[in-house]
Design a protein around this ligand. Structure first.
Ligand code: DGJ
Length: 729
């Protein structure tokens, strides 16, 4: 049982593999945070509370001047009675406008397994894999109860948290802020650096690290989706922590809409880390008897730096987030026609790409944007999910069957959440897009956003997509989303519920995904939002892989994939070989490098395979054959990042099998150097006592030498040279 309750001290010890998370009910009934970090046996930790009278920290009970919520470490802080730091929850009672809330312990339960979260994706666990502690806090005067859910996993250093708010009083309560997790670190373990993943379209998830300073540091999205700009993740790294050592605490939100991730440091070294739905432009009316469920936060502790944090997230997400058939099935090697043809294709062109793909070993052909309505560019037809007979006179079914006959599966692109003003759907239902009264509508890529907070809108898109998925032999869906939300208002919601629109939009999206993925469990869904604009665990719960970036340049991808790997497993990162000069950057890189960089993800091609030179064609066949051999290792192995492209001219990482008998190592030398120094690449995660043979070469090294001296890297002649080794014991 990984959860222990010490009655004598009213403390909860949550023991996930390799970590302890401890909270305690204070004599006043407040739920205090005690500790999170390396494992501690259940014991008396009352000494963690050193109360002292501090000027300007008021006292809820004047008979005890040493006690103030301002200086307490709390599990779910509120505003109004002495804590001035950022609260986890804010409410307004409609009957009197009261914003006061005072949450104290009411009861708790501990059960095996993990309950589902109504309407939201969440990680999964069987009764033998995890236990769940629910602590109910209540404010009886206000008529509110909050269930804090903590699931503790036996095999991974992970604790998931979420909050369920219940209106148990007679008055309507307006929720203004309901965060998923708040942790007040004890100063001795609090991190000293704020790590987050930020960027923009085509340069997503750059690793940003800044020292903590007094005040608040945060990242957030106000774009309606988790966005390219920031990821719903942050970590606190202890002073001196690096890639392989030091304590790091990760927070990741299983949510695809507006979020906030923040850390607040005060003058007494109190460090409060929080993550949840962004209170910006959020509101929720909770009628008597109703509940509101927050998304889930995934908290990971690593004593082995960022590398250990990543490996824990990867293992956890592969096992407990990704579900269905594609959790363990090998992901198909695909070819996508987007960069090969853009909108300019016909059946013959597509079939040719698929036929060449079949000869080279490709397993899946993906027809991207432009197959529906009258779409020859991005100005039209989103929402009209019907074949364009001018391009594909035989219809989708015929095309899919012809491609299947070549031995290649068929996949199809959709952008389900969007509507073009020039579409039959818009002409029939102009009020189905997000809008605010008669105000003009901002367009992005010539398109508007469908109001997915409305069940009738979601139903229509479900009908259109399900009809195609039922009749056409489709094995894969690419689910795109090419703009962020504006004019966030819904014609269906009353005035006092308009602030619910953005969250209801996300719930509508999840409802559609839940329905389609349940009804078509064989289909592999790949997420996309102009590349990696919504790469988050909420989406990954339905779509096991995600198009990492619209930037397909191999050198740009080194940083994008490296940053993405801080949280997300390699199996989730769509990575394709494309042509040179690269369409986003104009850069020319060797074909081999493009392949070896794309190998480190869910692998594919995004070019006209029929137009390859004989050498590139041969190399393609070699890459595909090799990828198929190492695919199980790449998809399920442990990742060790060896060289950061953010910090050097090199990139290197390796993936090691669970039994440590096999590894694939990839090194990229970005710019060539005259008279170069001999590089040695110390490896990690191998078995020191095993002999490893380099596949395809007559060389053997012992694991200890590989990890201490390092693998000798051949000198690079020319820019952008990669080397890949497959080692087998
Ligand atoms: C953006 C995606 O990221 C691309 O891969 C492609 O699918 C286009 N949209 C199609 O419009």
């Amino acid at each position: 049982m990984p959860i222990h309750y010490l009655e004598a001290h009213r403390s909860f010890f949550l023991q996930s593999a390799g970590s302890s998370y401890i909270c305690q009910i204070l004599p006043q009934g407040y739920l205090a945070h005690v500790y999170w970090g390396a494992p501690l046996q259940p014991q008396n930790l009352d000494f963690a509370f050193q109360w002292r009278d501090r000027p300007f920290s008021p006292n809820p009970d004047n008979s005890n001047r040493a006690f103030s919520l301002d200086t307490a470490r709390l599990e779910y802080p509120v505003y109004g009675n002495s804590d001035y730091r950022s609260p986890a929850i804010s409410v307004v009672r409609s009957s009197d406008g009261s914003r006061q809330i005072d949450l104290r312990y009411k009861s708790h339960t501990i059960v095996p397994g993990k309950p589902a979260l109504a309407g939201l994706p969440a990680t999964l666990a069987s009764d033998s894999q995890a236990d769940t502690l629910t602590i109910t806090l209540a404010d009886e005067e206000l008529g509110i109860e909050v269930d804090l859910l903590y699931t503790v996993f036996a095999e991974v250093p992970v604790i998931t948290r979420s909050a369920l708010v219940r209106n148990v009083g007679p008055a309507t309560i307006d929720l203004e802020r309901v965060l998923s997790a708040s942790v007040d670190f004890i100063p001795s373990v609090a991190g000293s650096h704020f790590v987050h993943l930020s960027g923009a379209w085509s340069r997503e998830r750059s690793v940003e690290v800044s020292p903590l300073r007094l005040g608040t540091q945060s990242v957030e999205s106000r774009r309606g989706t988790s966005s390219h700009q920031h990821n719903p993740f942050f970590a606190l790294a202890q002073h001196g922590a690096d890639e392989e050592c030091g304590n790091v605490y990760g927070f990741n939100l299983v949510y695809s809409g507006n979020f906030v991730a923040s850390v607040e440091t005060d003058a007494h070294d109190s460090v409060r880390g929080q993550i949840g739905i962004n209170p910006f432009d959020f509101g929720w009316k909770l009628e008597a008897g109703e509940t509101f469920q927050s998304p889930e936060a995934v908290l990971v502790f690593s004593p082995e730096g960022l590398g250990g944090l990543s490996r824990a997230y990867h293992r956890f997400y592969r096992e407990h987030l990704i579900r269905g058939k594609w959790k363990h099935e090998p992901r198909p090697v695909l070819v996508n026609n987007w960069e090969a043809t853009y909108f300019d294709f016909d059946a013959e062109k597509l079939e040719k790409i698929a036929a060449t793909g079949a000869e080279l070993g490709v397993e899946l052909f993906v027809l991207d944007d432009g197959w529906f309505g009258k779409r020859n560019d991005d100005t039209t037809s989103l929402g009209d999910w019907k074949i364009d007979p001018r391009k594909l006179p035989g219809g989708l079914e015929d095309l899919a069957r012809r491609i299947n006959e070549k031995g290649v599966a068929f996949g199809l692109w959709f952008e389900p959440e969007m509507i073009s003003p020039d579409s039959d759907l818009y002409r029939a239902h102009p009020d189905w897009c997000l809008h605010v009264g008669d105000r003009p509508l901002s367009q992005g890529r010539n398109q508007l956003v469908l109001d997915f907070s409305r069940a009738d809108v979601v139903e229509n898109i479900y009908d259109q997509m399900a009809q195609i998925l039922r009749t056409v032999p489709i094995s894969y869906v690419k689910w795109d989303m090419n703009r962020h939300l504006t004019e966030i208002g819904s014609a269906k919601l009353p005035a006092d519920r308009q602030k619910e629109t953005a969250h209801r939009y996300v719930l509508g999206l999840y409802a559609l995904l839940e329905r389609l993925t349940s009804e078509f469990p064989e289909v592999l869904f790949e997420g996309c939002s102009g590349g990696g604009g919504r790469f988050d665990p909420g989406i990954l719960a339905y779509m096991p892989q995600y198009w990492t970036s619209d930037n397909s340049d191999a050198i740009a991808r080194l940083s994008i994939q490296y940053g993405t790997s801080i949280v997300y497993p390699m199996s989730t990162m769509g990575a394709h070989v494309s042509v040179v000069p690269n369409h986003q950057l104009g850069r020319v890189t060797p074909f081999r490098t493009r392949g070896e960089v794309a190998f480190t993800g869910a692998f594919g091609y995004e070019l006209d395979l029929g137009a390859l030179s004989p050498e590139d064609r041969e190399e393609t066949a070699r890459q595909i054959a090799l990828y198929k051999e190492v695919r199980p290792l790449l998809m399920q192995g442990d990742l060790y990042r060896l060289r950061s492209p953010f910090r050097s001219n090199e990139f290197a990482w390796m993936v090691v099998s669970a039994d440590r008998r096999e590894a694939v190592v990839t090194h990229v030398n970005v710019l060539a150097q005259a008279n170069p120094t001999q590089l040695f690449l110390p490896l990690r995660g191998l078995d020191a006592a095993l002999e490893y043979k380099v596949q395809g070469a007559d060389v053997t090294y012992r694991g200890d030498a590989l990890m201490q001296l390092g693998l000798p890297v051949p000198p690079a002649f020319g820019d952008f040279i990669s080397t890949q080794w497959w080692l087998k014991a």
